[in-house]
Design a protein around this ligand. Sequence first.
Ligand code: X2X
Length: 342
Amino acid sequence: SLKALLAGIALAALTVPAVLAGSATAADYKAEYKLSTVLGKPFPWGIGGDRWAELVKEKTNGRINIKMYPGTSLVNGDQTKEFTALRQGTIDMAVGSTINWSPQVKELNLFSLPFLMPDHKALDALTKGEVGKKLFDLLATKDVVPLAWGENGFREISNSKHPIRTPADLKGLKIRVVGSPLYLDTFSALGANPTQMSWADAQPALSTGAVDGQENPLTIFVAAKLATLGQKNLTLWGYVADPLIFVVNKEVWASWSKEDQEAVRAAAVQAAAEEVALSRKGITAEDDSLLKDIAAQGVEVVRLTPDQQKAFQTATQPVFDKWTKQIGPDLVKAAQTAIAER
Ligand code: X2X
């Protein structure tokens, strides 16, 4: 009948273009995409993840709906399992730290080499240059699509016992670290007593005194109120910084139309740029408002002189050398060159 013919044409009009374009149809889209992060709001990390989700919703007219799962809750808080879950598809997307993924991607230990990066410009020289591109190419071979570099930040050391100015001051202190055995090597080289645990376990361990200290960016020190957990001594030593990476699982990515892929990418680039700015707010020479807040909480802040910093660098040089072999001497060399030319 004419009616059936018209219905048939209407149906064809709906389905044919998608087939011709070879692109995903709305039916392939999930109702919700799970975004993993270690930290939620008000940490820059969580604000960045939230912003990505918001921008994606806007740019795809609601076709892609992301829900953020902070506390790495999709892997029961075990942040070092996030990358594996992402590859396997238990997690659809993530804003993750290089530290937490380095157990699976050894090259990401690059950013944890002690005293490789002297400042934010050095970090930018890596993430915005050839090294960043190489690492993204590498990640692309591991079932994920990396889209943008964000930032956790320079990890400064705090403890409940006394100010740290020399490696000798770290002697015997029980320090919580996470992610990579590189950190065990670094703190052992400094005479400390490092112990691995997730962020979820770190806070109770600090509050009961089971551990004496920890290292994390200042934004985390403040937002997690570590001063109230006895962390009254803080040393700015800038030994390492961890970037964050905005990624999507490869199959999830492939299920989206080209148009939506570009929307998700653009949203990641924008959210990441905003997140990097937020992670640096208040901790620079021009604006040290966050440092003032920390001092106002009764924390003694020690800023190392270049000579004092050199002593820590010398003590950790064997760790740098050992891990350069594991990471890949070519990659480390490329990083050092990019930093020297920044
Ligand atoms: O656990 C940490 O120290 C944190 C929050 O900085 C990371 O996820 C690497």
